[in-house]
Design a protein around this ligand. Sequence first.
Ligand code: ITT
Length: 201
Amino acid sequence: MARRLTEKRIVVASHNAGKVREINDLLHPFGLEAVSAADLNLPEPDETEDTFIGNALLKARAAARASGLPALSDDSGLAVDALDGAPGIHSARYAGPDRDFDYAMARLNRDMAASGRPERTARFICVLALVWPDGEEAAFEGKVEGEITFPPRGDHGFGYDPVFQPLGHSISFGEMDPTEKHGMSHRADAFRQLIAACLSD
Ligand code: ITT
């Protein structure tokens, strides 16, 4: 059984503004005060692990240690079947040193064409890790199935949202308003599990 989160103040261990915005939206109903790693000027650790859970724990451990607060991290990415699961844990790095997602989406289009494989299926994966300063930890994995569509559509969300169309929908995450994305996203799926284990009565 995971430990209950009774503290009111936590640090969101992410330097990605799009993610921090979504995590804050998801945390809002629980009356938690969330400060981000960037607000606290915490260093950004190198993501040296080769799994989502490994990197999520690494980021949350570093932030809990540096801040003395419970830390919530998110390691996420886009796994494309025609690319055997790439970019996966490398989804941020696939966008180059400037984290240019116009470039990353064009690169995805190119790499999928070069693969010679017809399938468009993909999924977003998100691991949320919660680590307390005394070392106790919990992690939850969520996903959402969909397909990659070009050209990019919509300017909501962040990252790869304009080229990801969730299964059963005809608009991309980039075209959805945030509330609708929160109803079905990989992050919301992981969050529901975290709430059930650590936050609900
Ligand atoms: P932090 O480690 O500081 O949290 P990061 O951007 O480096 O930020 P990741 O290593 O987890 O985070 O990379 C995840 C990438 O996957 C992220 O940069 C996005 O491009 C993409 N991604 C994850 N969730 C997404 C979402 O909901 N919509 C679009 N793209 C997403």
